[in-house]
Ligand binder design. Structure first.
Ligand code: BGC
Length: 425
């Protein structure tokens, strides 16, 4: 296996001279679970109970896999519910645990990118201060304020992973905590989450002026089911604005514009204008939309295998061109872009390799066109717990045997190492 590529940080952070970040991404709960998180107590709304990879115990072995791969960056998250298991109670051991991970990464010349919030919450938080309550912002702020001086050696921060997915799942679909189906509360929750981003951005910069801070925004290619159908086209356009663009506009203008059909546009001020040093894009797939009066809000969504690449094990379309599109949208922000997640659930290594190759070709085309793309993080290092699918979705470069917990390299791991060594970005 190749050795590590040059460590980032030879230039000033985020400067043109900083080497391209070749990374993999994970999230704490998906690898290590937590006895104190809201997720474990929501078994009734999940089809599978989270059984995970024991990463909390096996982290040293897993970090050694990063060295084997030769990545120079690693995105991972802190599990807030381990750090603050009860209101007002801090577990210094958990903080020390995450610091040790950072120290190992630094020793190995691997740039840590730390996500403060990746979908899960402490149980006490979601029960007493769910995001639609304004007090949520204050509690998140206290967590960030606590963790920041305690963690040394981190320059890249993601405040929230996929704020829109968090709100859509928790307040529109009602399939994740707080499991509500309430649009106005969802809008309030989104406003509070973005306000919490702004607060976190400010304290991170107060402690570390050259920190690089962003959210990771899930962006999708959204298309009409039937191109000739004006209603499908309209739907896809509205969805594209809301899902992909409205957050970009909020960073540019400092307000969220939400338009419900037949209602006046809602303009909600959010204090996030310019609070972004780079922009994290998570991209996986394309979704086709059609108007169907028998479905919720008249919308039906489907993955269609239009290009004949086959669907993933989760039934998602493989559509590398979509990555080019969303990167083009995101470049309107005029900050460097980093692909903070891109990956495929499949047991077929050849398919994983083709996925990776074609998406990195798309990144290369974007860079050739002059887009400022500074990094790519494959999701994920090892197989893990996939939120609504459990353990069947195999995203890992390393396969996990969930009976023995052995990590077994797939051919895609060797391929990624090869790309890192030979692809000149
Ligand atoms: C999330 C990950 C998830 C992946 C695949 C992303 O949207 O950030 O947590 O595992 O999608 O579904």
């Amino acid at each position: 296996m190749p050795g590590p590529s040059p460590a980032p940080g030879s230039g000033s952070p985020g400067s043109r001279r900083t080497p391209f970040l070749w990374g993999v991404a994970t999230s704490a709960f998906q690898l290590e679970g937590s006895p104190h998180a809201d997720w474990t107590s929501w078994d009734e709304i999940l089809s599978a109970k989270p059984t995970v990879t024991n990463h909390y115990e096996l982290y040293r072995e897993d970090l050694a896999l990063l060295r084997n791969l030769g990545v120079n960056a690693y995105r991972f998250s802190l599990e807030w519910s381990r750090i603050q298991p009860r209101e007002g109670v801090w577990d210094e051991g958990a903080v020390a645990h995450y610091q040790e991970i950072i120290d190992i990464l630094r020793r190995d010349n691997i740039e840590p990118m730390v996500t403060l919030h990746h979908f899960t919450h402490p149980l006490w938080f979601i029960k007493k201060y769910p995001w639609h309550e304004d007090a949520s912002v204050e509690h998140f702020f206290r967590y960030v304020e606590k963790i920041l001086p305690a963690l040394r050696g981190v320059r890249y921060w993601i405040t929230f992973n996929e704020p829109y997915v968090l709100v859509l799942a928790g307040y529109f679909e009602g399939c994740t905590p707080p499991a509500l189906k309430n649009v106005p509360l969802g809008v309030r929750a989104l406003k509070n989450i973005l306000t919490a981003h702004a607060a976190a951005y400010d304290i991170i910069h107060a402690g570390c002026p050259d920190a690089q801070v962003s959210v990771a925004h899930n962006m999708a290619a959204l298309a009409p089911w039937k191109r000739w159908n004006p209603l499908d086209k309209l739907l896809a356009r509205v969805a594209k604005y809301f899902y992909n663009h409205s957050l970009l506009d909020a960073f540019l203008a400092g307000s969220l514009r939400i338009k419900f059909p037949f209602k006046e546009e809602l303009v909600i001020p959010v204090p996030i204008k310019g609070k972004l040093d780079f922009f994290g894009v998570n991209y996986y797939t394309r979704i086709h939309m059609r108007f169907n009066p028998f479905k919720k809000m008249g919308v039906e969504m489907r993955h269609l295998d239009i290009d004949g690449r086959g669907l993933t094990d989760m039934g998602w379309e493989i559509h590398p061109r979509g990555l080019e599109k969303v990167l083009r949208y995101a470049s309107a922000l005029d900050v460097p872009l980093i692909i903070t997640e891109n990956g495929i659930a499949t047991r077929d290594s050849q398919k994983k390799i083709a996925f990776m190759k074609e998406h990195l070709d798309a990144v290369e085309r974007c860079r050739e066109r002059g887009m400022d793309i500074r990094g790519y993080f494959y999701w994920s290092l090892i197989d893990n717990y996939e939120w609504l699918q459990g353990l069947d979705a195999r995203f890992g470069l390393y396969r996990v045997d969930f009976d023995t917990l052995r990590r077994i390299p797939t051919n895609a791991a060797a391929y990624y190492s090869y790309l890192i060594k030979n692809r000149k970005f």
